[in-house]
Write a protein that binds this ligand. Structure first.
Ligand code: NAD
Length: 395
């Protein structure tokens, strides 16, 4: 099959196996070029196939020599349809980890379910005994609640008042104004049910009850704060409510782990192009401007650079820099005043006509297609490739 990108709205419905493998390889190369991490040794990554979860898994495995189990929800290929990008990423990671002599095992299924939690616990007991870290990096539009069977759908909306601001169709480059109506009470609750911390708490509770957590165990989940410009749609919106809940869960989990000297962290990460963030209105335009400014200042990072700093300067540093509320802040460069001061005037002036000079829309687009394995150097996109790629032993 000759595989080309096919987009529908903000998603790409095809993925390239060799391009995704190259994307994973580049992240591995980055980690191998850094000072090795004094990090975890047996790690479970929930949401391990793309974005921040994949990068964290690569950092743990190739930076700290960790055995890793990855949980994700991805689609394998059929004869006529490519697999999802996360499937190809996980396959590439697994191959490279095993070649490097590292333990790697994968579970594909709904992480919100009791069944996948049970399966994961059995696998840990069988192969690793105990684990010393869980990275919780799910981003999902829905969750079927394991106890009630109710399906909750998350929405990205403001709360109380409609919010009007600029947005971009990053495929066409058209900048327009969008008004997003406020969420209903039910939509707020549903978003908290999907993206809040209840499931994270359930995972840690299940793992702890099964006796598979090492003493000194750590777990981390990811959040975002961002500048005032995005607050109505993010921090003060439905997703922000979910992140508030996630933050409360970190405290509840830490309390629960006291007897094993364990701790749960929230890491506030940089805004980056991922499958999850490209679905948020307004944010892609902000990211395009942010990329331009951070690249000009030599401060730009992708998921893998962030993941390395998360481990080196945050989770496994002797003196981690935490903010007043105890969060790890690897969004520190994004939030630097000289970066944010550059965003404001660009945001006010930006239009369809000047978008390429005031923002790094090209960089945004190329990162977006890279998520699906397109546009990587060294990959021949004209050649016939087999879309069917196995992940040996995936459960
Ligand atoms: P992503 O879309 O790249 O990754 C999501 C992962 O979750 C994938 O591995 C996917 O397979 C998995 N997943 C989704 N539903 C699942 C399910 N039901 N069962 C099992 N696996 C499932 O997302 P991302 O942007 O890396 O986001 C990860 C976390 O980081 C989220 O909490 C997000 O809010 C946070 N974050 C993202 C950004 C950003 O700019 N992208 C910034 C700060 C924080």
């Amino acid at each position: 099959m000759i595989i080309k990108p096919k987009t529908r709205g903000f998603i790409c419905t095809t993925a390239h196996p060799e391009g995704c493998a190259q994307n994973v390889q580049e992240q591995i190369n980055y980690i191998k070029g850094k000072v090795p991490l004094e990090g975890p040794k047996k790690v479970l990554v929930i949401g391990a196939s793309t974005g921040y979860g994949l990068a964290s898994r690569i950092a743990a495995a190739f930076g700290s020599g960790a055995a890793t189990i990855g949980v994700f929800f991805e689609k394998p290929a059929s004869e006529t349809k490519t697999a999802s990008a996360g499937w190809y990423n996980a396959a590439a990671f697994d191959r490279k980890a095993k070649e490097a002599g590292l333990y790697s095992q994968n579970i594909n299924g709904d992480a919100f379910s009791d069944e996948i939690k049970d399966k994961t616990i059995q696998l840990i007991k069988k192969d690793l005994g105990k684990i010393d870290m869980v990275v919780y990096s799910l981003a999902s539009p829905r969750r079927i609640h394991p106890k009630t069977g109710v399906t909750h759908n998350s929405v990205i909306k403001p709360i109380s008042n409609p919010f009007t601001n600029k947005t971009i169709d990053f495929h066409s480059g058209v900048v327009s104004e969008v008004t997003i109506q406020p969420a209903s009470e039910d939509e707020i609750k549903d978003t908290v049910a999907v993206m809040g911390g209840e499931d994270w708490e359930m995972w840690i509770q299940a793992l702890k009850s099964a006796g598979v957590l090492e003493s000194g165990f750590k777990t981390v989940a990811f959040s975002y704060i961002g500048p005032e410009l995005t607050h109505a749609i993010y921090t003060n919106g439905t997703i922000g409510k979910a992140k508030e809940h996630l933050d409360n869960s970190s405290k509840a989990i830490t309390a629960q782990l006291k007897d094993i000297d364990g701790k749960a962290y929230i890491s506030v990460n940089k805004a980056l192009v991922t499958q999850a963030s490209s679905a948020i209105p307004i944010v892609p335009l902000y990211i395009s401007i942010l990329y331009k400014i951070m690249k000009e200042k030599g401060l730009h990072e992708g998921c893998i650079e962030q993941a390395y700093r998360l481990f080196a300067e945050g989770l496994y540093s002797d003196s981690p820099t935490l903010d007043d509320s105890g969060k790890i802040r690897i969004d520190d460069w994004e939030m630097r005043s000289d970066v944010q001061e550059g965003i404001k005037p660009a945001w006010e002036q930006i239009t369809t006509e000047n978008v390429n000079s005031l923002s790094d829309l090209e960089g945004y687009r190329s990162d977006f297609f890279k998520l699906f394995g397109f546009g990587l150097k060294g990959v021949d996109y004209e050649s016939d490739v087999n879309p069917v790629v196995e992940i040996p032993g995936v459960e």
